[in-house]
Design a protein around this ligand. Structure first.
Ligand code: CUA
Length: 180
């Protein structure tokens, strides 16, 4: 009898269990317990846990704060759409807007410095995905997510939207610069 054919005996659950099956069930159970244990374990000892600091905000308020941040620290503009490149002081706050379909502004950080990153959306749900570092954060409107970030390598990073947000989703690519 294979596992594809129906059981020959109607009361199949009362058959004696085979040793190999018992072994697999035990292995799966033990591995399941290990994985379950890892969840709280990494929460305590992991060094890359996401902050749980969040605030209620509104698209209007978050846009105003970000605009203030951009007006204060813009050092140049880039590209045909004149994206502001904003270089906040080391250790300072960083504000980043997600909206259909862009990340705004371009942020320039210093390697080895710690920043307080503020993320929110002005319309609906987006996903902040920092490539190639593989950091993923949900970005939702009316909700300001704050986390600390210490870039440990200089270079040009892409921020990709990894939450489907409509026809321009695949074009929603931002930029984060880290300089020495
Ligand atoms: Cu924003 Cu997909």
């Amino acid at each position: 009898m294979s596992s594809l054919s129906p059981p020959a005996k109607k009361i199949w659950w009362n058959e004696p269990i085979h040793k190999s099956e018992l072994l697999w069930i035990s292995l799966v159970f033990v591995w399941g317990m290990v994985m379950t244990f890892m969840m709280p374990y990494w929460h305590v000892v992991g060094k890359q846990n996401l902050g749980t600091e969040t605030y209620k905000t509104t698209p209007k308020a978050f846009q105003a704060t970000t605009q203030e941040f951009v007006d204060k620290y813009t050092v140049r503009t880039e590209g045909p759409r004149n994206y502001p490149v904003v270089a906040p002081p080391a250790g300072g706050d960083v504000y980043l807007i997600a909206r259909l379909w862009e990340w705004w502004p371009i942020v320039e950080l210093k390697k080895g410095e710690t920043y307080r990153f503020h993320l929110s959306s002005l319309d609906w749900q987006h996903g902040f995905s920092l490539q190639p570092a593989n950091i993923n954060i949900q970005v939702v409107p009316n909700y300001e997510h704050v986390f600390t970030l210490t870039p440990n390598a200089s270079g040009e990073y892409s921020i990709i939207c990894n939450e489907y947000c409509g026809i321009g989703h695949h074009l929603m690519i931002g930029k984060l610069l880290v300089v020495d």
